[in-house]
Design a protein around this ligand. Structure first.
Ligand code: TUI
Length: 335
């Protein structure tokens, strides 16, 4: 729980009092976590160290499998287990050629939570449930949420188009309430959330937790190139761009020479294969090399709201404390 020392005035004496901030939702009980905050599984970025730091901070850390082979994911699960006793998750990117292998690996290793993205996880769900895994798919539409509910998942993540990376075409303000109306499951809101205002707003729209990706890019434990972090901290509004619609995979990233060139090429006469070849290796170039010219720096629209470097656990506590203060004050509008 977040412990906050606040100055309390008692007559003329000022004493430090312990104020304990607690936000508990059914999601916390279901997963055995302290705060209803997930760290998004960001391909090439969310490793075992970041996931463990978030879980140790009371949220749910998530390792991203991305396009990596099962050996990498196994290693990251072992790293996370060496750093925390708390639950954490693995995100499986379903367009990965290794998705089948990783689906089996997470069942064999009895990971607490599996989230999925960029596709329909239907064929894996029964085996994950048999292994006692909490299955929580990312959905970008209410119809998909309903389908997942019929297949027996325990919650869904509603991901709005404000997010970084591969996105759907609905934004959080409408998507969250629509998904909450469509299913009886707990809904975790993602997309456009980076602080306590977002967490409080997500609750008001019917969600019982949030997932944040971009906010965790500035975490001390996030192992991306320093130039990537700096770009996030310097980002202003309208700093992101959506490319990839032509190939059917819209992706949000920072406006950079790479993304502008990609956009130009998308509307030029080149073939789909040439376009695809142009992007190969660009995520790695951003994350590992911080390459300002050829890197693809995935980020959500909240990049402009990320203003400081801090430990991941502090992010979890700060967002919770901000939301608690806002929620306590909200009743002032009700007469
Ligand atoms: O998956 C993500 N975000 C990602 S994956 C990724 S790696 C990548 N890089 C380049 C191109 C494509 C992928 C980077 N960012 N978010 C979760 C998410 N899932 N967003 C949208 C969806 C989604 C889309 C369609 C979920 C289900 C779905 O179902 C369609 C179907 O098959 O019925």
């Amino acid at each position: 729980m977040a412990i906050n020392f606040q100055a309390v005035f008692c007559g003329v004496r000022c004493v430090k009092a312990l104020v304990i901030v607690m936000i508990k939702t059914p999601l916390c009980e279901m997963l055995g976590i302290e705060y209803p905050i997930f760290q998004g599984g960001m391909a090439h970025i969310s490793d075992g160290r970041l996931a463990a730091a978030v879980s140790n901070g009371g949220g749910l850390g998530i390792i991203a499998a991305g396009n990596a082979p099962k050996e990498y994911v196994c290693e990251q699960i072992n790293i996370a287990r060496s750093l925390t006793d708390k639950p954490f998750g693995v995100n499986i990117m379903l367009m990965s050629p290794h998705a089948d292998d990783i689906a089996k690996l997470v069942a064999d290793m009895r990971v607490s939570v599996v989230t999925t993205g960029a596709g329909n996880p239907a064929k894996y769900i029964a085996s994950w449930k048999e292994a006692g895994i909490h299955v929580i798919p990312v959905v970008a539409a209410a119809s998909m949420a309903k389908l997942m509910e019929r297949l027996g998942v325990c919650a869904v993540i509603s991901e709005g188009g404000e997010s970084g990376g591969h996105i759907g075409d609905m934004n959080s303000m409408v998507l969250i309430p629509m998904i909450c109306d469509a299913v009886k499951l707990p809904v975790i809101a993602a997309g456009g959330i980076a602080d306590g205002r977002g967490l409080a707003a997500a609750f008001m729209l019917g969600a019982c937790g949030v997932q944040m990706g971009t906010r965790f890019l500035s975490a001390d434990e996030c192992n991306i190139h320093p130039a990537y972090k700096e770009k996030i901290l310097k980002a202003s509004d309208r700093c992101t761009i959506i490319t990839g619609k032509r190939l059917g995979h819209p992706v949000r990233s920072l406006r950079t020479p790479f993304s502008r060139n990609y956009e130009k090429m998308e509307y030029s006469g080149i073939t789909d294969d040439e376009l695809e070849a142009f992007a190969v290796g660009s995520l790695r170039k951003a994350v590992v090399e911080g390459d300002p010219e050829n890197g693809c720096f995935l980020a959500g629209q909240t990049a402009a709201m990320v203003t400081k470097y801090q430990p991941a656990g502090e992010i979890v506590r700060e967002v919770t404390e901000e939301a608690a203060a806002i929620l306590k004050g909200a009743s002032k509008w009700v007469k």
